[in-house]
Design a protein around this ligand. Structure first.
Ligand code: PMP
Length: 330
């Protein structure tokens, strides 16, 4: 018999897959590390496991403990899975703009969800930041992982994602491309790859146009999970050799092409990262190997990126480009 003791053991060791048609005109391979193979469906499972393990070691959480985090997405799922195994209670605080579908996913894993008004400033007592801070103070044994300042976030990538990529490419990787949200992925993976290669691997961050990492002020963009309007502690400002800014339009078009042409149903930050990786690959040398990290699955974006009317309402798709509309008429 061969089996895993529980789903936690399935975190990490995700495969890399070569892009086919999307990379067809290129002289170098573009390899995608597909993080939706993690049990919670995203790269965030990695950091959640490490953040909880390190908090346990440091005595910040123990039997009967409660995890409180302001999150509505992938980090919530990762924390819920790890918490469930360890018998911890989970409370996630999110703004009311977060879709019911996303909240229900967290509840399905047994987490509690507290919803706060979106239309209040962060310092307001009802904002989701204030509410999560208050809950941590009020609930005995509560702990807030805070993925934006927790060093276990980049460290998990230094210890897992980086070594996996070095091993999977047989030390052949020359360029690592990833989107930047908390900066944990690029900082931890990038640092490992630079150290192990003696500084030979180039690290390229991809950012939505308007976000601070590519020189913006935090102007709103629609791609989720990447870009910030502040500089998180988890981002190492010295790690990127280059930062490429990508528009929402291009992020979403590449996201849709990944599903249609590569069979990879992935999220919007994946399309963004691939758009950046293809630019990098176009200027790469003959012996280069470009690796791009795809953080999550496309299942959470069906009513947005994969919905023609949503795409058209933002001007990302013209009526002629739409598929479902035409399919019905024909
Ligand atoms: N894409 C998605 C969908 C994410 O949820 C995140 C995490 N915020 C990222 C990309 C960026 O990863 P990181 O926080 O490690 O920079």
């Amino acid at each position: 018999m061969e089996y895993y003791e529980n789903v936690i053991e399935l975190i990490g060791r995700t495969p890399i897959v070569k892009l086919g048609t999307l990379g067809a005109d290129l002289s170098v391979p573009v390899l995608a590390k597909v993080e939706y193979f993690n049990p919670g469906g995203s790269v965030k499972d990695r950091i959640c496991l490490r953040m909880v393990e390190e908090a346990e070691r440091a005595g910040r959480i123990g039997p009967g403990g409660t995890i409180v985090e302001p999150t509505s997405g992938n980090t919530g799922v990762g924390l819920a899975i790890v918490a469930q195994r360890r018998g911890y209670r989970c409370i996630f605080v999110c703004p009311d703009k977060v879709s019911e579908d996303k909240r229900n996913v967290l509840k399905a894993y047994g987490a509690e969800v507290v919803v706060c008004p979106t239309a209040v400033p962060p310092e307001h007592p009802d904002s989701y930041y204030s509410v999560s801070d208050r809950l941590v103070k009020e609930i005995p044994g509560a702990w807030k992982p805070d993925q934006y300042s927790n060093p276990a976030n980049p460290r998990s990538h230094y210890e897992t994602t980086g070594p996996e990529l070095w091993e999977q490419t047989g030390g052949g990787i020359t360029h690592f491309v990833a989107g930047i949200g908390t900066g944990g992925t690029i900082s931890g993976t990038g640092r490992y790859l630079k150290e192990v290669s003696g500084g030979q691997v180039r690290v390229i961050g991809v950012d939505p146009e308007g976000s601070v990492y590519s020189g913006g002020s935090g102007r709103p963009y629609l791609v989720e999970g990447v870009g910030e309007d502040f500089w998180p502690e988890t981002y190492d400002r010295n790690i990127c050799d280059e930062i490429v800014a990508i528009s929402d339009h291009d992020s979403f078009h590449f996201t849709r092409r990944l599903a249609r042409e590569e069979g990879l149903l992935v999220g919007g930050s994946c399309g963004m990262a691939v758009a950046g990786a293809l630019q990098v690959a176009e200027r790469a040398g003959p012996d280069d190997v470009v690796v791009v990290l795809l953080p999550d699955s496309g299942r959470g974006y069906m009513s947005k990126i994969f919905d023609d009317s949503w795409m058209m309402s933002y001007g990302f798709l013209s009526p002629e480009e739409g598929t479902t509309v035409g399919d019905v008429i024909r």
